[in-house]
Design a protein around this ligand. Structure first.
Ligand SMILES: [Zn+2]
Length: 255
């Protein structure tokens, strides 16, 4: 049995709650916005999650902007391998995200939140601009990106978001190496061999694997050596073992 406090104590408790200043202050100020970064290897469903977050937010009557990078289609969009897609704004290395948002506001458009796909390609400055939008303009930012490049190094945008985000979450959909262990590393495969050094190139996570990236130097110089990416566990990444049934070109786009 829970003892019932005397009426006098309850009244005192009510009175004490009334004078808790933080609760009242919080009501008078806009709710704090957040910078959330979701990351993972290729194929882990980041873009699907990005579109789901956008859907959930817009159902609450909020208005967002969808941003992406490295989209070569000419009609930028966030698309996921499960068939969802939405038009997006293409960011370039010199885009100031703050100005992009302020231009919308100047045009009378509401921007309550940003969805940033392919966030691994952000510059450090752009990641800082996102943080400023959160703190100074109360815009919520949901960023989605690859964790590491084919050399197992953090992408520059990823690194800065790790440093600045309020919340960093690994996407929980597990991508499996051919051996069945969780695959966390994106291997670059050229001519059937894992390549661990070289220039990082801008290849959108969602670019169809059947379309060899045009700006990969090995393709240009190496003749017909096909470049593709395959998710491997750490052991098989370093051993360079691609499995008994190598992924055929185009398979990534189907998953
Ligand atoms: Zn493995």
């Amino acid at each position: 049995m829970t003892p019932t406090p005397p009426a006098g104590q309850l009244a005192a408790l009510d009175a004490s709650l009334d004078v808790v200043p933080a609760a009242g202050d919080r009501r008078r100020h806009p709710a704090p916005a957040h910078l959330v970064f979701f990351h993972g290897p290729m194929d882990c469903g980041k873009s699907t999650l990005a579109l789901q977050v956008d859907h959930n937010q817009s159902r609450q009557g909020r208005h967002g902007l969808l941003l992406t990078q490295g989209d070569r289609s000419g009609t930028p969009q966030i698309s996921s391998r499960v068939g969802l897609q939405r038009a997006a704004i293409e960011l370039h290395a010199d885009t100031d995200v703050r100005l992009l948002v302020r231009d919308r506001w100047a045009a009378g458009q509401r921007v309550d939140y940003l969805i940033v796909d392919e966030a691994q390609f952000l510059t450090g400055a752009q990641a800082e601009q996102l943080a400023e939008l959160v703190d100074e303009s109360h815009v919520d930012v949901y960023a989605f990106g690859l964790t590491t490049d084919f050399r197992t190094r953090l992408f520059p945008g990823t690194q800065r978001l790790f440093e600045l985000a309020d919340d960093v979450q690994r996407v929980q959909v597990e991508v499996l190496c051919w051996c069945g262990l969780p695959g966390l590393l994106n291997a670059r495969v050229v001519g059937g061999a894992v390549v661990r050094e070289g220039a990082t190139v801008v290849v959108a996570d969602t670019a169809p694997a059947s379309q060899p990236p045009a700006d990969v130097p090995e393709v240009a110089s190496g003749g017909d050596a096909a470049v593709r990416y395959q998710v491997l566990c750490r052991r098989h990444y370093y051993r360079g073992q691609l499995g008994p049934t190598p992924t055929v070109a185009g398979q990534l786009a189907l998953r």
